[in-house]
Unconditional design. Structure first.
Length: 569
């Protein structure tokens, strides 16, 4: 169906919207959605429009473009439900539309979940699951609990580069949508359609996301606190533009001659760090839990593994059995902060280094998660410009950001731009940081309306620094006071867990249950447990509140959380 057929004039759209609401309400009994006719509501859904006046930020309105019955995953049929595919039209005719999906279960629990995206977005994510969802909940953890679910591509459609495709950055409205505006637009459209479908508005509204989706989770709590009852932010790239600048610094370091380590050299580095740091938490289990001590003690320039120096004797690249001086220097760049000569437009003055030592940077392995781990870390080829998709994820991200967001010149050499001295591009970068760094730490409006925040981050994340999330938490406590923060928020770090996936400790945690119990029943999360599905499938660890981490008590089953306690040392 063409856009001209999808969108009526504003008065007609308002009339249609009103008629649709009346029809939906008529179909429901006085008891509310419990008495509605699912089949009839699904048929009406296919014709729904949402007027621009019903959306809190400027658009040209929205319309359902198609509906479908969700298909089976792995031979398992989903609970009865209907999916609507929706297009939100831009104000700028040159901007892409926002494409979104809305999944409506027949047996609704009265609550909705909005899911965040990843990377540069560009596709509508799966509406069936959420970050680190427990494997024992099956293929449909959201549907099976009765949640209505929605998400979007944030206002552009990715090409072959997928979540690394930043080419939309040449359009201002597309950049604004990606930076946060699409969140409000999509949320408002979903609210209208959910209310029409069931005959009453959602009782609770939750947002769950990781990485860019984690940034989006914090964005809705910061910018639209009245709309949300609770959010879960996994490994949030909250200061996204500052992170991009750190990506540039790291990319330039690993682009130097002999600086990019092979898969074998990265595995050697991780093994060396484990040999020195693994037991610092009281147990050798393939996971470094005392990360701060490891960062303080481990130095790849002087470390040894199996009796041999990690550094190549000649300082050059002698192969997989050692690291060159250029590699050591680049790795230390990765592990240290970027400092800006002057505050950015967002006010940020730095972006921290990463917990590199012991982290999976991409290596050879037989785990089915290995390709994902490699992709989201250092991949298989050195940074370049234009960056091939075999380059590190962060190198492609920087290359796309510079060429499309900053310079808007597809032929620009991104590696020639010094992120600490951007010269003529400083003003444009400042503008982007004001859009993309979601760094407000006054969440008092969210707190006062009863909102709850759960944050979690793997301590071995190679793509978004765990230290950045800790910095946000520390700022939150300074702004609002630790007591006030504890009344509505928690932050956990998961040792061994990387960015969205890990072969060492792949975390599963029922964050949605913890959030819903806190919001709906006033039961704050205590004694939370995280489960590994990859390193040692089924083993558990306590999910320790920051800044504590799990210490082995010295006795008991090493694979059960009860044998550990959370410490700060």
């Amino acid at each position: 169906m063409t856009p001209s057929l999808l969108f009526f004039t504003a008065p007609l759209r308002r009339l249609f919207a009103t008629a649709g609401t009346v029809a939906a309400l008529t179909a429901c009994s006085s008891a509310g959605w419990h008495g509605y006719d699912f089949e009839a509501a699904s048929q009406r859904l296919a014709r729904q429009q949402v007027d621009a006046s019903q959306i809190g930020l400027p658009t040209q309105g929205a319309a359902v473009t198609s509906i479908e019955t969700p298909t089976a995953v792995g031979g398992v049929r989903p609970p009865a439900s209907v999916r609507a595919n929706i297009s939100i039209q831009p104000v700028d005719p040159a901007a892409p539309a926002i494409q979104m999906g809305l999944l409506l279960p027949k047996e609704w629990n009265g609550k909705v979940v909005m899911l965040g995206g990843g990377g540069y977005n560009g596709t509508v994510p799966s509406l069936y699951t959420y970050p680190a969802a427990p494997a024992n909940q099956g293929a449909y953890p959201l549907l099976s609990q009765g949640y209505a679910v929605f998400a979007s591509d944030s206002g552009h459609q990715a090409g072959a580069a997928g979540s690394r495709d930043g080419s939309f950055g040449v359009n201002d409205e597309a950049v604004a949508n990606f930076s946060g505006a699409a969140l409000k637009k999509v949320s408002d459209v979903a609210d209208v359609l959910v209310t029409r479908f069931y005959g009453e508005p959602p009782r609770k509204r939750y947002f769950l996301g990781g990485s860019t989706g984690g940034r989006e989770a914090l964005a809705v709590a910061q910018k639209w606190p009245a709309d949300w009852d609770g959010v879960v932010a996994w490994y949030p790239a909250w200061n996204a533009a500052s992170l991009d600048l750190q990506f540039g610094r790291i990319s330039r370091a690993f682009a130097q001659p002999n600086a990019y380590p092979s898969l074998g050299q990265r595995k050697l580095l991780r093994q060396a760090a484990l040999s020195q740091c693994d037991a610092l938490d009281g147990l050798q289990d393939g996971v470094i839990s005392n990360v701060a001590a490891c960062n303080a003690q481990f130095d790849p320039a002087t470390a040894r593994f199996n009796g041999q120096p990690l550094r190549c004797a000649s300082g050059g690249n002698e192969g997989d059995q050692c690291l060159s001086d250029a590699m050591v220097a680049a790795l230390k760049t990765y592990a240290t902060p970027i400092q800006f000569e002057a505050p950015l437009g967002s006010g940020e003055t730095q972006y921290p280094g990463f917990n590199v030592w012991g982290t999976e940077l991409g290596e050879q392995g037989t785990s089915p998660l290995q390709p994902t781990v490699n992709l989201l870390a250092m991949n298989t080829t050195a940074p370049a410009s234009p960056a091939p998709l075999t380059a590190p994820y962060w190198a492609v991200f920087w290359d796309q950001w510079v060429r499309y967001f900053v310079t808007r010149d597809a032929n620009f050499d991104a590696l020639s731009l010094d992120p600490q001295n951007p010269g003529p591009w400083a003003d444009r970068i400042d503008t982007l940081t004001r859009l993309q760094d979601i760094n407000s730490t006054d969440l008092s409006a969210f707190q006062k309306r009863g909102g709850k925040l759960l944050m979690a981050h793997g301590a071995a994340d190679a793509l978004v620094s765990t230290r950045a999330t800790a910095q946000y938490w520390q700022r939150l406590e300074r702004t609002m006071g630790a007591t006030a923060v504890r009344s509505f928020a928690r932050y956990y770090e998961v040792p061994g867990y990387g960015h969205a996936a890990s072969t060492a400790f792949n975390a599963n945690w029922d964050s949605l249950k913890a959030l819903d119990q806190w919001v709906s029943k006033g039961i704050a999360p205590v004694a939370q447990v995280v489960t590994d599905t990859a390193g040692v499938p089924g083993r558990t660890r306590p999910l320790c509140e920051y800044p504590s981490w799990p210490w082995y008590s010295g006795s008991g089953d090493v694979n059960t959380a009860e044998s550990f306690h959370c410490v700060v040392r």
